[in-house]
Design a protein around this ligand. Structure first.
Ligand code: HEM
Length: 365
């Protein structure tokens, strides 16, 4: 239970309160003449749990300040679906046993979903005429194994009668992304829960970072989402898993090799990616392709970043030091990655007023 106490005597307040802490987006209506507002839904982070944070209460025109007490959110499904975490983890584990790229694809899916219209599972929606996010040119390279992993997790959750149709697809995606990382040898963390699913999806909303972008361009996108350069570097470390199509590599090695690639590594890339582009040929981001570790940063440091956007992290003064730190200190990478994933998972949250718990992840109810 989350409670807000209005500090100033704003007695006649019949208001909509918009909790503005980045961990929380919940719209509620206050009772007239009430100085205490009680919430039954919370969107909280453990790093702010129990803390007083400022929120704005928006009556009609003026903004007054209130304080809010936060509870930890990981308990969101405690009474609704107590086995949720193990159900999702079991499904992810099963998919990873049958597909070596399931973990990479699942992590990437979550990143794209959150960056498009928020972590609301809009990326899973399939419109009858294919004008959805999933069918845009920028998301077409997402591999089916990620979608299959989420479908398996949703089926596992719905097979439990206590849980059927009570857990959002967005929360399942957040849990599955975490499990994909931890089951690959990476860190594990508590996932904030209580997201709602989007009511629809449009291909025109898709606008994702490009591999041709340098740090200032990437940061423009990340900071628009309230993310920092630490988040950019740590989350780019997601490229410790998986591979890229030669589509994103060939322009770096033909007709000439770009200045940010080690020449001998560039020859290796030329050996894998023919100049006559084959989009079905892939390059691993690092040698330990199914292991979540800090090898990616060693590669980037040695001018062996596969994408231009990876290499770029090492030639910008704002990010280079962070790459250097993560290359020598895997724990530092893991610690920042966990916190960055939590922050990524807070983007564009939908509420009961703006979303729903989808019965089928691929279509609105
Ligand atoms: C910073 C900007 C980023 C750019 C430009 C970028 C671009 C790409 C590209 C082009 C691929 C290869 C796609 C393909 O050929 O299938 C890829 C793969 C991947 N990306 Fe990123 N990415 C970025 C950030 C991220 C972030 C923040 C994450 C997760 C936290 C992430 C996770 C992944 C993973 C796991 C793969 C491998 C997918 C697979 O093998 O199926 N990427 N990325």
């Amino acid at each position: 239970m989350l409670s807000i106490t209005i500090k100033e005597e704003e007695a006649d307040l019949e208001a909509v309160a918009l909790v503005k802490d980045e961990a929380v987006v919940e719209i509620i209506t206050t009772k007239k003449n009430s100085s205490q507002l009680n919430f039954s839904k919370t969107r909280m982070a453990d790093d702010v749990a129990g803390e007083e944070v400022a929120v704005d209460i928006v009556p009609t025109s003026t903004i007054i300040t209130a304080s809010v007490y936060l509870n930890y959110i990981a308990t969101y499904y405690a009474n609704i679906c107590p086995n949720l975490e193990s159900l999702v983890q079991g499904a992810v584990r099963g998919m990873m046993a049958s597909s070596p790229i399931a973990a990479a694809a699942t992590l990437r899916l979550f990143f794209h979903d959150c960056f498009i219209t928020g972590c609301d599972a809009s990326l899973l929606i399939q419109n009858p005429n294919n004008d959805d996010e999933q069918h845009s040119s920028e998301t077409m390279f997402l591999r089916a194994d990620g979608y299959k992993t989420i479908a398996a997790a949703k089926a596992a959750v719905d097979a439990d009668p206590q849980c059927a149709n009570k857990v959002s697809c967005a929360d399942i995606m957040a849990l599955a992304a975490r499990d994909a990382v931890s089951l690959s040898g990476g860190p594990t963390w508590k996932v904030e829960l209580g997201r709602y699913d989007a009511l629809g999806a449009r291909a025109s909303d898709v606008d994702l970072p490009l591999t041709t972008e340098d740090v200032p361009a990437l940061m423009k996108r990340f900071s628009a989402h309230g993310l920092t350069v630490d988040d950019l570097v740590a989350l780019s470390g997601g490229h410790t898993l998986g591979a890229t199509s030669c589509v994103f590599v060939n322009s770096r090695i033909y007709p000439t090799v770009d200045a940010f690639l080690d020449p001998s590594f560039a020859s290796q890339l030329q050996g894998i990616c023919p100049s006559n582009l084959d989009p079905n040929t892939f390059v691993f981001f690092d040698q330990s392709v199914t292991s979540f570790d800090n090898n990616y940063f060693l590669m980037v440091q040695q001018k062996k970043g596969v994408l231009f956007s990876d290499s770029a992290l090492c030639f910008d003064s704002s990010s280079k030091g962070i790459v250097d730190k993560f290359a020598v200190d895997q724990n530092a990478f893991f610690t920042q990655f966990m916190s960055s994933m939590v922050r990524l998972g807070r983007l564009g949250l939908k509420t009961a007023a703006t979303g729903e718990i989808r019965a089928t992840c691929t279509k609105p109810n």
